[in-house]
Design a protein around this ligand. Structure first.
Ligand code: G4P
Length: 526
């Protein structure tokens, strides 16, 4: 095997996603502890933008500084090189999370055993499903009272629209929680309440082993056997291929806070999770083993210091070896660039790297050359696909309030959109600019950053819209007729595509019925 193939096969690049408060931060931290990347619990916490009310915006500012370092957490675990890509906790930054999901090869979903599937989890799963991303589910907080595990499995299946297959099984929940039977490894892991220590493990021959009765008592042992029999009867044997195709999600039970079930999850994860997979470009599919380097920008992180308007562009390496100072082509501009100070993210430290491999993320200092979705190659003209924008949830007109600073405002808005902070549409009827976001917080971020980084002032004007949909049709005449009829509600996105702004669900439904030849899309890639 070549060195490149070796490096690719040992890489696992993934994201942990959850509804806020399910335990993503805690689990991330425990994984880092296993990887030796941090030495004390609590180190990742500071990164959290948590349950922040809009008035806490300054607090978010402060935290942004830290979050560059924890955006990507790389560490070695056994023979494996693991890259965890962090996603923002606050749902107003959901778009950022969607894009991060395009840069991972698999995902771990954390679900709270008491709450089950929550709204944010459902949405994120949709993005995973679009890309057939393999998913492992960790049901967390078993030390607390929660719902029946069978009920949770049913809910996971119906709400997340994926087959599930338990690979571990809890013995009671909450105060009576005794541990889990590890189906995948055929062991019994005992839980000691209030002890922050790693599981005590009992090796057993099979589910009928008497040691189970001795350790958890005959009653719980009987119940466990009954449950396992039911599981084996209802769920097909775990099929790794079905997992890799994104069709079946293995499920683990545990408690991140108590570091219980975390190592078992990690050990199974490194074994079954995929190493970097081929990436789709408009021109062709790119295999990670190809020698020529290719990569794309999936995130841009601005420096909040107004005196240094520099950014870090996060580039996912898709194929070949990335080498510091080698000449690479920035496909959109056609320019050849050399990167003198690319950084890697290992053990939460940023340091300059000389090379990186598929699955790795490199941070490239930038002063405004990069845009989200940009492709960088050794020379080939390639355009990576798969960084769609979704219809925003909130819309406002943006108005300039300082006529002397119109240019600054324009530039600021353009650059913030390049960074992917929000989406810009221009109304085709009156030429007014509309900003679309996922939540109110983004409007505040934009206003604040325009003022502090560009010296421009803006004001928001309310605009009540339901959805923005990208429209197209094979029938040019039908398209023209639609645009004419809806001319007041037509806008153009930054790529010059036609977007229909529907002001209510009813209007949208009527439009779909009245214009059957028009295709309405809720994501910019179709
Ligand atoms: P998030 O990133 O998904 O938003 O969740 P986070 O890890 O911050 O966890 C949310 C809360 O749930 C935290 O409590 C955390 O300590 C708790 N938690 C996580 N895993 C477990 C678990 O296995 N069992 C129990 N009982 N609790 C768990 P908090 O009070 O909000 O924060 P903190 O004051 O403990 O930091």
């Amino acid at each position: 095997m070549s060195q490149l193939t070796d490096e690719i096969e040992r890489r696992r690049t993934f994201a942990i996603i959850s509804h806020p408060d399910a335990g993503k931060t805690t689990l991330t931290e425990k994984l880092l502890l296993y990887g030796g990347a941090i030495h004390i619990a609590g180190a990742v916490k500071s990164n959290k933008i948590k349950k922040t009310a809009t008035s806490d915006w300054m607090e978010i500012e402060k935290q942004r500084g830290i979050s560059v370092a924890t955006s990507v957490m790389g560490f070695n675990y056994g023979d494996y090189k693991i890259n965890i890509l962090d996603t923002p906790g606050h749902q107003d930054f959901a778009e950022d999370t969607y894009r991060t999901l395009t840069a991972v090869d698999s995902v771990i979903i954390v679900v709270d055993v008491a709450k089950g599937v929550e709204q944010q989890t459902r949405k994120l799963m949709e993005v995973c499903r679009m890309r057939n991303t393999p998913v492992i589910i960790f049901v967390n907080k078993l030390d607390r009272e929660g719902r029946d595990p069978f009920e949770i499995l049913d809910e996971l299946e119906s709400e997340l629209k994926i087959n599930v297959r338990p690979l571990s099984w809890p013995i009671n929940i909450g105060a009576k929680f005794k541990g889990v039977y590890n189906i995948y490894e055929n062991t019994l892991d005992l839980f000691t309440p209030n002890k922050q220590k790693v599981t005590e493990r009992v090796e057993i021959s099979d589910i009928n082993d008497e040691r189970i009765d001795e350790t958890v008592g005959p009653e719980d042992a009987a119940k466990l056997r009954e449950d396992i029999e039911l599981i084996e009867g209802v769920y097909p044997t775990f099929d790794e291929r079905s997992y890799l195709e994104g069709k079946t999600a293995p499920v683990f039970f545990g408690s991140a806070l108590n570091t219980f079930g975390v190592k078992e999850l990690l050990d199974c994860f490194v074994k079954i999770a995929p190493s970097p997979r081929p990436t789709h470009a408009v021109e062709r599919d790119i295999n990670p083993e190809e020698e020529a380097f290719t990569g794309f920008v999936f995130k841009i992180h601005a420096n909040m210091d107004p005196n240094h308007r520099s950014c870090i562009a996060f580039v996912k390496v898709c194929s070949g070896e990335f080498v510091r100072n080698a000449p690479y082509r920035h496909v959109r501009s056609g320019k050849v660039m050399k990167f003198a100070a690319p950084t890697a993210f290992m053990a939460q430290k940023k340091s300059i790297v000389d090379e990186a491999y598929p699955g790795d993320i490199v941070g490239i200092p930038d002063t405004g050359n990069f845009k989200i979705g940009d492709t960088i190659t050794s020379g080939e003209e390639l355009h990576f696909k798969g960084l769609p924008s979704f219809s925003p949830e909130m819309f406002k007109y943006i108005e300039n309030t300082d006529p002397m600073k119109a240019k600054q405002l324009d530039k600021g808005v353009q650059q913030l959109m390049d960074e992917g902070v929000a989406q810009l549409f221009v109304n085709q009827f009156n030429g007014r600019k509309i900003i679309g976001t996922v939540g109110q917080l983004q409007f505040e971020v934009i206003q604040y950053r325009l003022l502090h980084e560009y010296g421009a002032q803006c004001r928001w004007e309310p605009l009540s819209l339901y959805k923005a949909c990208w429209i197209e049709s094979d029938d040019a005449q039908a398209l023209e007729a639609f645009k004419k009829r809806k001319h007041q509600f037509m806008a153009t996105d930054r790529e010059g595509r036609d977007v229909f702004l529907a002001d209510s669900a009813y209007v949208l439904q009527m439009a779909q019925t009245d214009f059957p030849k028009i295709n309405f899309h809720f994501a910019s890639e179709f």
